[in-house]
Design a protein around this ligand. Structure first.
Ligand code: 5GP
Ligand code: MG
Ligand code: MG
Length: 183
């Protein structure tokens, strides 16, 4: 537990069991396709690391950083590429690895941008889905858990860069962000 966390939603073992399931599914679906897994920094790093160990086919990894929230807990709607991919994805089967889909603005932008680069296919795997937050019509092709309309932290997910190292995922106490809204 952590003093800034109101309640734990998913403990470490529950998360790892789900990641194993997702890995098994992706292993079946991407056999013979040499997929490129793209981790969206930084929230998806812990998920990516655990997931790829369970994807039992030849594959490659790359990393991308996108601006979304800054330090605030509200989506700005502004999407910007802060760090781009190292290589061309033309003709590649791309799997975008995300931590959570909330408004969907980030993923909509990303999926369209990567399709534009002539990937053979672009699918999304997100550990968490928060359908109540959606502003655009997009859904992850694979997801681990549905989460309620609350701000969650841990297992890669931050608030103002804190809490990413927590091995579990929980709801952040609302007084933590109510007192420090900067952007
Ligand atoms: P979207 O563009 O779908 O609104 O936002 C996607 C990004 O916002 C996620 O990749 C994540 O970084 C951040 N985000 C959305 N909901 C939450 C949440 O409940 N907790 C945290 N820590 N980040 C979130
Ligand atoms: Mg993210
Ligand atoms: Mg964040």
């Amino acid at each position: 537990m952590h003093p800034d966390v109101e309640s734990i939603l998913f403990d470490e073992q529950t998360i790892l069991n789900k990641v194993l399931e997702l890995g098994n599914q992706l292993t079946e679906d991407y056999r013979g396709k040499n997929p490129l897994f793209i981790c969206i920094l930084k929230g998806a790093t812990l998920f990516m690391a655990d997931l790829v160990k369970r994807v039992n086919v030849p594959m490659e990894m790359d990393f991308m950083a996108i601006s979304s929230y800054g330090a605030s807990s509200q989506s700005s709607g502004v999407v910007r590429i802060l760090k781009d991919l190292e290589r061309s994805i033309e003709g590649r089967h791309v799997v975008i690895v995300e931590d959570i889909v909330d408004t969907g603005l980030t993923l909509k932008y990303l999926r369209d941008a990567l399709m534009h680069r002539h990937a053979a296919s672009v699918k999304i795997v997100s550990l968490f889905d928060k359908p109540s937050g959606r502003k655009v019509d997009i859904a992850p092709d694979y997801y681990g858990f549905t989460v309620p309309n609350a701000f969650i932290v841990g297992y890669g997910l931050d608030y103002a860069e804190q809490y990413r190292n927590l091995p579990f995922v929980g709801v952040l106490k609302s007084d933590i962000y109510a007192t420090s809204k900067t952007d």
